[in-house]
Design a protein around this ligand. Sequence first.
Ligand code: 11C
Length: 344
Amino acid sequence: KKYNVAILGATGAVGQEFLNLIEERKFPFANLKLLASKRSAGKKIQFMGKEYTVEEATENSFNDVDIALFAGGSISKTLGPAAAKAGAVVIDNSSTFRMDPEVPLIVPEVNPEDISWHKGIIANPNCSTIIMVMALKPLYDVSKIKRVVVSTYQAVSGGGKEAMAELEQQVKDINDGKEVVANILPGAALKKHYQIAFNLIPQIDVFKENLYTKEEMKMIDETKKIMNDQDMRITATTIRVPVYRSHAESVNVEFEDEVSVEKAREVLAKFPGVILRDNPDEQEYPMPLETSGKDDVEVGRIRKDYSIDHGLNFWVCGDQIRKGAALNALQIAEYMMEHDMIKK
Ligand code: 11C
């Protein structure tokens, strides 16, 4: 069976990764429509030996589309419901619908059972959330988790192609002894911008009234929804680091019952989509450079937290554009195809 696929936001970092993955995974598409905002319409994209012209996305773009992959952005708000109404299954990478009780929020290895109650739109979680829950789920299945304390080290790819270009340019300019310009990070629409090269920025997205950033609140709220446990206590600090595309996270977990380091290693090693890289004797642990461009999330530095009764610390790295965005969305579509959940 082949499906008509549309990619909205085809020219951005996530859109481009959708294309890489469709080719790599031999995703069974019949027609492929590349959509973007008016600004990018008309651009030519070479894909699998064919030239595609990017079309401006409108409410009428989705007739005859079976699967609509939305790369993200505020455009989802209007076009998501329009595409669903036209009969497509929308897999949306923006934050628009994630906390909507009518919309499932899915990581296929963690809560595939929630896909069944979708009403046309399925939300793809925030990248740092996806990478963390991939490691939390196999541990949760050993013992209920009481509390999570997470600090993130997030790559510039989370800010899109422009943020990646900004880091590259700043490093060049510093090496050339030129003045450093910052226009994008921590967020293009914010009033102040800071150098990311050789720096860390403790702000991802805007601040909320409670003094947390939106990114921090996404990690808290989305994790509870995906893990289906509103009692889990979570606190997060999210930091932008000068790394290109893999996010890293330091995670402290308090369990209800004892979970040994050996057991944690055993269940993580077995979990699909996770690679255990945890061998201190050989200095083996996950690093963002190693996970960049790869599908699997890597976990290591697993050790007991001696300051509490049933606690573990670990370190997880995962490619933000792959598992954190495009890959996870495509895996949702693949799961639905395997289970014949997509109408043709
Ligand atoms: C970042 N997590 O690293 C963000 C990017 O809600 O999908 C993705 C924002 C989102 O900047």
